[in-house]
Design a protein around this ligand. Sequence first.
Ligand code: 6GU
Length: 224
Amino acid sequence: MRIDIITVSPDLIKSPFEHSIMKRAIDKKLVEVHFHNLRDFALNKYGKIDDYQFGGGAGMVLMIEPIDKCISKLQSERNYDEIIYMTPDAKTLNQATANSLSMVKNMIILTGHYKGVDQRVRDKFITKEISIGDYVLSGGELAAAVLCDAVIRLIPGVLGDETSALTDSFQDNLLSPPVYTRPSEYDGMKVPDVLLSGNFPKIDEWRATKAQEHTQNIRPDLLD
Ligand code: 6GU
């Protein structure tokens, strides 16, 4: 997989890719991530990439020309399966979207800032718009890092068996059951006996029940 991230703050987004699972995926050459500074495609030598919105209103809007130049350059080099725009006014990211994006070959992720991008960018280029939740972030960079983490860990070969994504929360629309490690008793709090029993069918059954209960309590909407 190849991911091209277009941003006004490359430094803000780079670090999550230099650690943990995303770094491992990059080191194993299972994914390539490239960062593009929108200012390199600015209209003038002062780096102009945004302007006031027509009709008035607070906040600057990213202009179409620098974004067009950047996306068109990338598209002249290869085909892209998805051109994603990170924005709070979109459908919320979920595991199903992460699963389907983990199978694409090339994608561009455009991150917004300020009041967002000129609508014509969305009309002309964007194939998918994604929010990461019902709250507002200062920019799309952290959201793009979240999306990439969710997607990259699902690429075959990125996780070993011991961390298999198949048992993640949400993979079957259920939250994870509780987990415990040593010591088996701490400050009077005991690990449930079943987990120490060695009876694996019983343990599976206990975990399934707990996952169901936990989901019912915290996120009943997932069971609908
Ligand atoms: Cl994708 N961008 C911004 N700026 N805020 C958000 C978001 C994205 N998703 C949730 N909040």
